[in-house]
Design a protein around this ligand. Sequence first.
Ligand code: HEM
Length: 156
Amino acid sequence: MATPEASGSGRNGQGSDPAVTYYRLEEVAKRNTAEETWMVIHGRVYDITRFLSEHPGGEEVLLEQAGADATESFEDVGHSPDAREMLKQYYIGDVHPNDLKPKDGDKKPATRMSVDSRRGGPASEEEVLGRQALSGFVKFQQKVTLPKMPKIKRTV
Ligand code: HEM
């Protein structure tokens, strides 16, 4: 390793599991050849160099994803439970927490929030304008119609 930063993979504190080796995506990206092939699947880093020639789906598809996050491609293929089990043999560590995209767990809630802003997300511009228009209309209606309302005369 050239610089301490580059070898900064190693173990890392900051609320992370000390038993796990964390890798920066920058480091994973360097392992993008048939001589050294790493890939990320669901936030975990795999060294699949020795698996390349054994992959039932062929070497080429793996090399296309080498050094990158292959989660989507891996899932798109609909790999069997056996294939998922195989992953364990090649696991070398986790993606460094600072490099984790808010994707894995947070993507879906974020989408839901944008659809349903009552869950705490910021209201869209249209929604704000809509609310303002509605409240303006109600105020206008009160001003216009209330004075014209007939007074109820008590007869008793
Ligand atoms: C280290 C990660 C991977 C492992 C352990 C793995 C393992 C396997 C296994 C065991 C199969 C046989 C079918 C099954 O059991 O599901 C398979 C098929 C296949 N895999 Fe992977 N795979 C990996 C990554 C990938 C990636 C990243 C891609 C795509 C970019 C991919 C594409 C395919 C394709 C196209 C097939 C053939 C499916 C078919 O012919 O039905 N695999 N893989």
